[in-house]
Design a protein around this ligand. Structure first.
Ligand SMILES: Cc1cc2nc3c(=O)[nH]c(=O)nc-3n(C[C@H](O)[C@H](O)[C@H](O)COP(=O)(O)OP(=O)(O)OC[C@H]3O[C@@H](n4cnc5c(N)ncnc54)[C@H](O)[C@@H]3O)c2cc1C
Length: 568
């Protein structure tokens, strides 16, 4: 070790592990659990931006596993067919197939841990219709799911660094060799050397502003700011689906979900004229956005026609499992489901591989194309994989990472020049004395994303964003101050939000057609064009720091005879 390297060591907290997991949510916890099952002596380290006990999309509990292929009821083949329709053909089938194939074993595993899956009157698992085809949603009642899986993840010698945000992956001759993180309270840098890395840091929840105007009042976990998309992208992985900017339609002023719980149980979504725009399945969210845009809103969920027992079942789930605060919210507003409709509004746009299709391009082995680097859950593009995908691909990523470490057991070398760059950058940001507060610039950036990158798109708007991105980067670097570790971490987050928007704008420019309902509408190319765009728009990092390389890739089909990828 040189003197300079030794000096740098004094500036960072240095640690070493076999497997590093970045993000301790659903996929990250499951990856740790599976890796420990396979190798009880493995050194496992988790970087978690918040506190692993309650962080991530689950936060507390959850009411359904949205994709379970239950034998004799549905099949993985039917799931792939359903997903193909839902994604309008832009789907790599083998990954979705693999997930559905393993989904029932997952349910059984969770049940073995004590997770409750209610049965119907015939003694079968209670299933609901969420997708266009097949009843793949399995009801689940587990108010303590996150606590349960985080405790299991931390069993054995697994070490968690809570409040550490992954910033950059480290490479050794093309192979992943660890990561640099930032303590979001103290601003200290943490360097973790690792033989393999699994990125499970969720999607991009803080994209455009929610209609409530609150920075963090978003549908998905607000700590997820696309960091994982960018860590993988900067390390050489590809992104896909970044043009699919999805906007959920949520409870007005609470931005909490309820469609999957109510509509699947017989509730109806109505427009202003009392036309039924959604009933029994929840796949066509864009119909609500469209009704709203035509001025036929506010759209409402109606439960009053349901039997009392069903209303009580819905209340029980809503008020105990996913967001228990809903009970107080509705009570304070005098809303009784027996008499009152629930008003919904479209809100912020997000980028996500869990509810949407955006993320790191992975195959059915959760491989990213960078040796030793895997991605799972909402950070990865396995379209609409939900919690099932986070759990299944958390497991698959762990299996593949363990396999990789067996094949390449040698210790990688740390890239100190990269670490030095990160120290310099952190010091620059930490000492910045500008007059803009980081929250102010985040507000403005996200307002502009709403104006230029999402909603109705056209070439001029998208190109305007790319110009604005340069202005915002300059303001962030030169005029924004960070007065403590927390604000410092926000600076990195805003940088990532800007870059995600540029990736999204670039992909949107390339996809000169309209597809996926309201998620990608080019007013200058209003029609769907399967001839030219039944493909992925793939983004890779160019040579310059912000240069984006854009290309198209064909979708990967299943070979149904071999149940593998069709290489014909
Ligand atoms: C409100 C809501 C309701 C849902 N309901 C259902 C349902 O009923 N059924 C279903 O199947 N699916 C549901 N889903 C989807 C499902 O919860 C998600 O797809 C799944 O939990 C995603 O898991 P994940 O591990 O990828 O992300 P998360 O669980 O969100 O975890 C990401 C973790 O990474 C951490 N992190 C972020 N950035 C960094 C960084 N830079 N460094 C370190 N850590 C970082 C975060 O703090 C977080 O802990 C729901 C999602 C939401 C938001």
């Amino acid at each position: 070790m040189t003197n300079i390297e030794r000096a740098m060591m004094e500036e960072v907290y240095l640690t070493e592990t076999d497997l590093l997991i970045i993000g301790g949510g659903s996929a990250g916890c499951m990856a740790a659990i599976r890796a420990r099952e396979l190798k009880p002596d493995l050194e496992i380290t988790i970087f978690e931006k918040e506190d692993i006990k309650y962080s991530g999309s689950i936060a507390r509990g959850m009411d359904a596993l949205n994709i379970v292929s239950i034998p004799n009821l549905t099949t993985p083949e039917l799931y792939v067919e359903s997903m193909g329709l839902s994604c309008q053909g832009v789907l790599d089938e083998p990954a979705s197939y693999k997930m559905a194939e393993r989904s029932f074993a997952l349910l059984k595993k969770l049940e073995g841990w004590g997770v409750h899956f209610p049965l119907d009157s015939s003694g079968n698992y209670r299933t609901l219709k969420y997708h266009v085809k097949g009843k793949f949603q399995a009801a689940m009642q587990e108010p303590d799911l996150k606590v349960m899986i985080s405790q299991r993840a931390l069993a054995g010698r697994t070490k968690v660094f809570n409040r550490v945000m992954g910033l950059e992956l480290l490479l050794d001759d093309g192979r992943v060799s660890g990561a640099v993180g930032l303590n979001v309270r103290t601003g200290e840098l943490v360097v973790c050397k690792a033989k393999a890395v699994i990125v499970t840091s969720g999607g991009q929840a803080r994209f455009s502003l929610p209609n409530s105007g609150y920075l963090y009042g978003v549908f998905d976990f607000p700590g997820n700011t696309g960091d994982g998309f960018l860590m993988c992208y900067r390390a050489g992985a590809s992104l896909t689906g970044m043009e699919a900017t999805q906007s959920p339609v949520l409870i007005k002023d609470a931005n909490m979900p309820l469609l999957a719980i109510t509509v699947t149980r017989g509730a109806r979504v109505l427009d202003f004229f009392n036309n039924i725009i959604m009933e029994n399945e929840v796949d066509n969210i864009h119909l609500m956005n469209e009704a709203h845009e035509k001025g036929h809103g506010p759209v409402r969920v109606r439960l009053s026609h349901l039997e009392e027992s069903l209303i009580q079942e819905i209340e029980e789930i809503l008020f105990t499992t996913e967001r228990p605060v809903q009970e107080r919210f509705f009570k304070n507003r005098g809303i009784d489901f027996r008499r009152s409709d629930i008003e919904l509004w479209p809100t912020e746009h997000q980028l996500c591989g869990g509810h949407g299709i955006s993320g790191v391009r992975v195959n059915e082995k959760a491989e990213t194309g960078v040796p030793g680097l895997y991605a799972a859950g909402d950070v990865a593009s396995v379209p609409k994989q939900h919690l099932t995908g986070a759990f299944v691909f958390g497991e698959i990523a762990a299996e593949e990472a363990v396999n990789f470490m067996d094949r390449y057991p040698e210790n990688p070398t740390l890239d100190w020049s990269k670490i030095e760059q990160e120290i310099k950058k952190r010091n620059l940001c930490a000492n910045a004395k500008g007059d803009i507060e980081v929250r102010e610039i985040e507000y403005k950036v996200r307002r502009f994303i709403g104006d230029y990158v999402v909603g109705l798109k056209n070439e001029q708007k998208l190109k305007r964003w790319l110009q604005w991105a340069e202005v915002f980067r300059k303001e962030l670097n030169e005029q924004t101050r960070a007065e403590n570790g927390h604000e410092l971490s926000k600076t990195y987050e805003v940088e990532n939000i800007i870059q995600c928007a540029s990736l999204s704008a670039t992909a949107s420019l390339e996809r000169k057609e309209s597809r996926w309902g309201t998620s990608h509408r080019r007013v200058d190319y209003p029609e769907r064009d399967d001839k030219n765009y039944l493909c992925h728009i793939v983004l890779k990092k160019g040579d310059g720091p912000y240069e984006i390389k854009c290309s198209r890739a064909t979708v990967v089909k299943m070979n149904w005879a071999t149940k593998g990828e069709d290489r014909s």
